[in-house]
Design a protein around this ligand. Structure first.
Ligand code: HEC
Ligand code: HEC
Length: 298
């Protein structure tokens, strides 16, 4: 804050406070001459007559107390422009003290958990509760409060893993993030017919009713364009996050139309890295929470 605005605020705050005090003082001292308490002041308006009724004493005292209180408050705490107050209190300072207290309480617990292997931690009820809370605060916007995901956001409870279900792979997913890239192949494939046939083939792999002739043609194109990422058996590749296309579990959807769209326009799902955001200890606990779904299906 520049010193101009600081003084601007100081003058307004003190002006209002002392102005109110002055008003109170002078109103209290108004000389009503010979007119006794409760008698008419001698003027009326619209049938309403003003009587000599001074403000009650208790009201006056209360008002003086609030004025003294506010001056004491302004002396001790920040309120007058950039004057910091005699106590040196700041909201940042209070926040830091509280964070320090939380660190002192939870630090040793986090440390102990961080030193425990993830597959052991996944059986520790206290760790799972902490993981659930961390998940609620950091992950539900994308993966849903029940971790079952949404279109484009994987279900983390379904035993179908884009990047692998071992403790190390799960932890890596959270630490460094993941980005799955499925290129738009519409142009490379040429006509719409080829895309349609491919989608028939992909659907046939999941036991859906399809046009067998179209699926046969699709299979040939699949060998040329898709196996490098999804594998010759179409079961995917967890190193690049290419999904298994045979398990009936869909990240984007398994209808003919959605699959055609995926092939023609491509997809790119992105899981943000959480290493800097949360720190490794919290990620470790989160990984145990997620791994508990892999270990023991819901
Ligand atoms: C901004 C949205 C977003 C947030 C927030 C987010 N994720 Fe993800 N997450 C994704 C997406 C999208 C993917 C899939 C990436 C892909 O398509 O390749 C993913 C993938 C994952 C995977 C890999 C799943 C698999 O099948 O291999 C794990 C594990 C995971 N997230 C856990 C978490 C945890 C734990 C948090 C909270 C700390 C979190 N995510 C927060 C969007 C998000
Ligand atoms: C460069 C590697 C790569 C190639 C080539 C590739 N894909 Fe993919 N595909 C991926 C990745 C990675 C994803 C996951 C995208 C994401 O996470 O957002 C994906 C997703 C998909 C999906 C969505 C699955 C779901 O669960 O919703 C379908 C369908 C698909 N690919 C079909 C194909 C077909 C058919 C071809 C060949 C024409 C092909 N892909 C070629 C990497 C590839």
């Amino acid at each position: 804050m520049t010193s101009f605005w600081s003084w601007y605020i100081i003058l307004i705050v003190l002006g209002v406070t002392f102005g109110t005090a002055a008003l109170l003082y002078f109103v209290h001292r108004i000389d009503t001459g010979d007119i006794k308490k409760g008698e008419s002041m001698g003027h009326s308006f619209d049938g309403i007559e003003e009587l000599n009724n001074p403000l009650p004493k208790w009201w006056h005292i209360m008002f003086w107390i609030t004025i003294v209180y506010s001056l004491a408050y302004l002396a001790l705490y920040p309120g007058l422009g950039s004057y910091p107050g005699l106590l040196g209190w700041t909201s940042t300072g209070q926040w830091e003290t509280e964070m320090q207290k939380a660190d002192d309480t939870y630090g040793p617990i986090y440390e102990k958990m961080a030193a425990t292997p993830i597959n052991e931690l996944a059986d520790n009820q206290e760790a799972l509760k902490m993981g659930q809370r961390l998940f609620a605060n950091n992950c539900t916007v994308c993966h849903g409060s029940d971790a079952r995901g949404a279109r484009g956001y994987p279900n983390l409870t379904d035993q179908d893993w884009l990047y692998g279900s071992t403790p190390a792979r799960i932890k890596q997913s959270i630490m460094t993030g993941r980005s799955g890239f499925m290129p738009a192949l519409g142009e490379a494939l040429g006509d719409k017919q080829t895309v349609t046939e491919l989608a028939h083939y992909v659907r046939s792999l999941n036991g859906y009713q399809t046009d067998t002739h179209a699926a046969e043609n699709g299979k040939k194109t699949f060998k040329v364009f898709c196996t490098s990422c999804h594998g010759t058996d179409a079961k995917g590749n967890q190193f690049i996050g290419a999904p298994d296309l045979t398990d009936g579990v869909w990240l984007y959807g398994g209808s003919q139309k959605i699959i055609e769209n995926t092939i023609a326009k491509g997809r790119s799902g992105s899981m943000p890295a959480h290493k800097e955001l949360l720190g490794e200890e919290k990620v470790h606990i989160l990984a145990a929470y997620i791994y508990s779904f892999a270990k023991k299906p819901l």
